[in-house]
Design a protein around this ligand. Structure first.
Ligand code: NDP
Ligand code: 2IT
Length: 447
C-alpha cells in the first residue's frame, strides 16, 4: 500500500492490465514506492501523466521462431522485443534466451532498463528482448539456425539509431555473432545494431568484463564511502556466467578472496580462493557445469541446490545469477553470518522481503539498476566507437567505466539524501534514474 491514493490506483491498473506477470508488478511497485516523495514535491509528474506513460511499453513485439534440430525436427519458440521507452535515446537492452522467458520477464527487465540506462548518463532508452529457447545442450549449428530465424523477424524493428540489443542470460559472444551475421545479410548494413560483438567485427574492448568489473567498482565506491575496501574480504558470488566470472576477477584484483560460485544445479566452495582460470575453461571453453570444478580442485566442495550458497559465511555477497534468487530466509542467513555489503550483479536478484532484511540490518546494499549498469554503459561506449568508426584501448574503456560507476554511486547517494532517505540506494537509484527520463518526457509533450 502507498500513502498516495493516486499511486494505489496506478499500481492496481498495472496489475489489471498485465495479469499473471508478478515480476513486472514487483519491479513497478519498487519504483513507485521510491517515487512517492518525488511526486509529493513535484505534482507536474502526476498532471502530465508521466507515470502512466512510463509503466506502459511504447511497443511490444512478439513473434514465432521456427527452427530445425540437427536431426530434422521442427521446433517452435517464442520471440519477444519490448521497446519500453525512448525518451532519452534509442531503445537499448539485452536479449535473454532461457526456458523461463515469457512476456512478464521481458517486461520487468525492460522496465528496469529505462532507469538503469538513464543512470549511466549516456543517451540510451530502455528495451529488452529474448526467447524461451534454451541454448543449453544445443549444438552450435542448432544455436545458429535459431539465431538466424530469430533475427529474420527482429531485423524489421531494430537498427543502430532505433533499437540496439545485446546479450543477457543465454546470449553471449556466440549468439551475438550469429545474430549480427544474419542482420547484415538481410539488411546489407554494416552498422552497430548489436553490442557485445566480437573484437574482429566492431566489438568494444572491455565489454565482456564490463558488468562484473562495474559491479565491483560500484561496490568499492560504497565501501570507500565508509572508509572500507575489498582488501582481505571474503566474497561469495552466485552464478558462473559472464557477470559472475568478471566480478570474481575484479574482486580478486582488488584484494578480496572469492570462495564460492554457483549455477542452477548447485554451488562450489573453495576456501583457497576460486581458481578463475579453471572456471573460465569450464564455462567459456567447454560450456560445462560448475560441479566440474572438482576435477581441477579436489579440495573444493560441491553442494546441490542453488540457494545454499547464501549460507556460506562472507563479508560481501554479489548475486550474479537471476531474479529473486535471494529470499527473506537467505537474506537473514547472510546477515546472521555478518555480511557487510550486498551488491546486485543480476537483475532484481533480491525479493522485496530480502531487501527489507538488508536495509533493516543497516548493511550496504547496492541495487541492480545502479550496481550492474556497467554492462549497458559499456555497450553505449561500443555504440559510440561504432559511430565514429574507431576503437578505443582497453584502458580507455575501463577508465570510462570506472568513472561512470563512481558517478552512479554519487548520484544515487545524493538523490537519496535530497529526498530524506540518506543511505537508501534503492530509492536514490530509482529517483535519479527517473528524473532524467521524466524531464525529457515532459519536454517532449504527450507522446
Ligand atoms: P549467463 O548466461 O552468462 O550466466 C547466467 C548464470 O546464472 C549461469 O551460471 C546460470 O546457471 C545462472 N542462472 C541462470 N538462471 C538461473 C536460475 N533460474 N536459477 C539459478 N541460476 C541461474 O548470464 P549473465 O552472466 O550475462 O547474466 C546473469 C545476470 O546478470 C542476469 O540476471 C542478467 O540479467 C544480469 N545482467 C547481465 C548483464 C550482461 O552484460 N551480461 C548486464 C546486467 C545484468 P545455469 O548455467 O545453470 O543456467
Ligand atoms: O541487463 C542489462 O543491462 C544487460 N543485459 C546489458 C544490456 C546491454 O545492452 O548491454
Amino acid at each position: 500500500m502507498f500513502k498516495s491514493q493516486y499511486l494505489n490506483e496506478l499500481m492496481e491498473t498495472v496489475i489489471k492490465r498485465n495479469p499473471g506477470e508478478p515480476e513486472f508488478h514487483q519491479a513497478v511497485r519498487e519504483v513507485l514506492e521510491s517515487l512517492e516523495p518525488v511526486i509529493e514535491q513535484s505534482p507536474e509528474y502526476v498532471t502530465s501523466g508521466v507515470l502512466e506513460r512510463l509503466v506502459e511499453p511504447e511497443r511490444i513485439i512478439k513473434f514465432r521462431v521456427p527452427w530445425m534440430t540437427d536431426d530434422g525436427k521442427v521446433m517452435v519458440n517464442r520471440g519477444f522485443r519490448i521497446q519500453f521507452n525512448s525518451a532519452i535515446g534509442p531503445y537499448k537492452g539485452g536479449l535473454r534466451f532461457h526456458p523461463s522467458v515469457y512476456e512478464g520477464i521481458i517486461k520487468f527487465l525492460g522496465f528496469e532498463q529505462i532507469f538503469k540506462n538513464s543512470l549511466t548518463g549516456l543517451p540510451i532508452g530502455g528495451g529488452k528482448g529474448g526467447s524461451d529457447f534454451d541454448p543449453k545442450g544445443k549444438s552450435d549449428a542448432e544455436v545458429m539456425r535459431f539465431c538466424q530465424s530469430y533475427m529474420t523477424e527482429l531485423y524489421k524493428y531494430i537498427s543502430a539509431d532505433v533499437d540496439v540489443p545485446a546479450g543477457d542470460i543465454g546470449v553471449g559472444a556466440r549468439e551475438i555473432g550469429y545474430l549480427y551475421g544474419q542482420y547484415k545479410r538481410i539488411t546489407n548494413l554494416y552498422e552497430g545494431v548489436l553490442t557485445g560483438k566480437g573484437l574482429t567485427y566492431g566489438g568494444s574492448l572491455g565489454r565482456k568484463q564490463a558488468t562484473g568489473y562495474g559491479l565491483c567498482y560500484f561496490t568499492d565506491a560504497m565501501l570507500k564511502a565508509q572508509g572500507n575496501s575489498f582488501e582481505n574480504k571474503t566474497v561469495v558470488i552466485s552464478g558462473s556466467g559472464n557477470v559472475a566470472i568478471y566480478a570474481c576477477e575484479k574482486a580478486t584484483q582488488l584484494g578480496a578472496k572469492v570462495i564460492a560460485l554457483s549455477d542452477s544445479n548447485g554451488y562450489i566452495v573453495d576456501r583457497n580462493g576460486i581458481d578463475l582460470a579453471a572456471v573460465k575453461e569450464i564455462k567459456e571453453v567447454k560450456r560445462g557445469r560448475i560441479k566440474d570444478y572438482l576435477e581441477y580442485h579436489s579440495e573444493a566442495t560441491y553442494a546441490e541446490g542453488c540457494s545454499g550458497i547464501w549460507t556460506v559465511k562472507c563479508d560481501i555477497a554479489l548475486p550474479c545469477a537471476t531474479q529473486n534468487e535471494i529470499n527473506e530466509e537467505s537474506a537473514k542467513a547472510l546477515v546472521q553470518n555478518g555480511v557487510m555489503a550486498v551488491a546486485e550483479g543480476a537483475n532484481m536478484p533480491s525479493t522485496p522481503e530480502a531487501i527489507a532484511v538488508f536495509q533493516g540490518a543497516g548493511i550496504l546494499f547496492g541495487p541492480a539498476k545502479a550496481a550492474n549498469a556497467g554492462g549497458v554503459a559499456t555497450s553505449a561506449l561500443e555504440m559510440t566507437q561504432n559511430s565514429e568508426r574507431l576503437s578505443w584501448t582497453f584502458e580507455e574503456v575501463d577508465a570510462k567505466l570506472h568513472g561512470i560507476m563512481n558517478n552512479i554511486y554519487n548520484n544515487a547517494s545524493a538523490a537519496a539524501e535530497k529526498y530524506g532517505m540518506a543511505g537508501n540506494l534503492v530509492a536514490g537509484a530509482n529517483i535519479a534514474g527517473f528524473l532524467k527520463v521524466a524531464d525529457a518526457m515532459l519536454s517532449q509533450g504527450v507522446v
